[in-house]
Design a protein around this ligand. Sequence first.
Ligand SMILES: [Zn+2]
Ligand SMILES: [Zn+2]
Length: 435
Amino acid sequence: MYVSCIVEDNRAAYKGFADPIRLLLFLDAYRTRQDKEGCTPLHWAAIRGNLEACTVLVQAGRKEDLMMTDNTGMTPAQLASDKNHRQVAFFLGNARRLLEKRCDGNSRIERLAKLGFAPLLWCIICLLLVTYIHSVIMASQMPNMTSWFGFFAWSGASLAFAGLVLLYRCTSKDPGYISTNVHDSQNMKDDEPLLKIEMNNPDLLAGNWSQLCATCKIVRPLRAKHCSTCNRCVQQFDHHCPWVSNCIGKRNKREFFLFLVMEVSAMFITGAVALTRMLTDPSAPSSFRAWLNYVATTHVGILGFLIADSFLFTGVTVLTAVQASQISRNITTNEMANAMRYSYLRDPGGRFRNPYDHGIRKNCADLLINGYNEDVEVNAESKARQDGIGMMHMASYLSQPNGNSHSHSYNRDSNGHAIDLGSSNSSASDHSNHN
Ligand SMILES: [Zn+2]
Ligand SMILES: [Zn+2]
């Protein structure tokens, strides 16, 4: 089986089928095994000029795969260039440079990428918070605040602090990693099956081989994606956020969104308080030029805070609005960016259709109350409901002594939901129009 996989691997690469290659990589077929011409699967994919096959092989491979030469001493990149497949040659050359850079930087860059900017974000928020409390709320040269205004001013600081707690939760929480099925090849017995139950997976039987992850060796759910920074597959992958130093996925999207909302509200309140304090300073001169001069020399802290606050407020508000709009439609950032590549986001006519959009109220309630949205398609849900209705009708029909019952006529609304159009007294239940 192992040998036949290798042979098939090479042929699949030559013919340029990315899905069989993904499956064979999943089966642990030996990527670097050369045939009698000294060609590896990557050599054949390069000769053929198939970019997709090359991408799959390079993603699952190592730097050495790009350096291997065939019997004529050619590397895959040289073969692609020789056959005038410029795009493939450029891709392979670029991949080699990137892998070399990654190897040279060793694990330090990888560790830095995993660490992300979360510590920097903590410093920025803490610095702004300290400046706000010191220069705006407790400014010595300013008159005391009224109790209501003081309450408003401190609520801004409290919101920023609550945002920090949520940021910590978002960074430390599992975003929805899918457990890997990577075998330890050193300790693996020869007779151990490489594929266990996965071949019975309904997604594989349906031919959705793009759901195979060659790195994690799993069949991932439809909305999951492999994150190259975390090196794991993540359920309902949204994006990898370097500012949070974590992936945003099914299990931490609520925390991420609430963190954004808290910080936007905090920035709005603290900005308004700082501006009010600056404009209502009784000792400020009345002429505009003199006032500018006065503010720039006396209220440096407030001015600096206001500039940083308004700059961050603009960016974070846009991000929050985008996230809110996506949450209301139950679609991820990754799905928005790749909508035309994902067949499950298209209707039979090829137009965009999100099967997970259950309406704004349910989408938001599921995420904010339950913590996440389940991957239930609208059609599957309405079918289950119709089946339930069908069962109820069957029961009521059987309960009638003469077999007659009130039957309702149904039609579909624009979302594909069955809607009741009222009751009629027909003797036979006609449900053909909602099947
Ligand atoms: Zn993966
Ligand atoms: Zn990630």
